[in-house]
Design a protein around this ligand. Structure first.
Ligand code: ZN
Length: 134
């Protein structure tokens, strides 16, 4: 299954938890693993707190501090900071599925991470079916 995600800012964390829950539900997976994968070199996916939206802002603030917009980058496209952030955060997450639902803690949400927006993006959601004992 592919989710279409439209970002609205240069850097942005977009909560896609409910869309992943729907994907699990519509796939009819009861037990297994859900892979959330971003096929982009200037975006990423991560799991973190979605209760207080300040956490999103703080994560972006630290990433933007860690990876300066201006440096001695060689990549001619001019978006090296976005490539670096993509690698730091990562292109995929794995989430256990139990009783037909992704196993997420009370405060956990799944975020699409935009580092070179605004753009139209894709998030692939795939499943491996099977219980803990196979
Ligand atoms: Zn580039």
């Amino acid at each position: 299954m592919i989710l279409n995600v439209k970002s609205g800012s240069k850097t942005e964390l977009i909560d896609i938890t409910s869309r992943v829950r729907e994907a699990v539900s519509s796939a009819g997976v009861k037990e297994g693993i859900c892979m959330v994968y971003v096929p982009h070199t200037t975006a990423a996916v991560t799991i973190n707190e979605n209760a207080d939206s300040s956490v999103k802002r703080d994560i972006l603030m630290v990433l933007n501090d860690m990876v300066p917009w201006k440096a001695d980058y060689r990549h001619a496209e001019g978006n090296s900071p976005a490539h670096v952030k993509s690698t730091l955060v990562g292109a995929s997450e794995l989430v256990a599925v139990e009783d037909g639902k992704p196993v997420l803690g009370t405060w956990q949400g799944i975020f699409f991470c935009e580092f070179d927006g605004p753009r139209s993006r894709k998030v692939h959601v795939r499943f491996l079916k099977g219980g803990a004992d196979g």
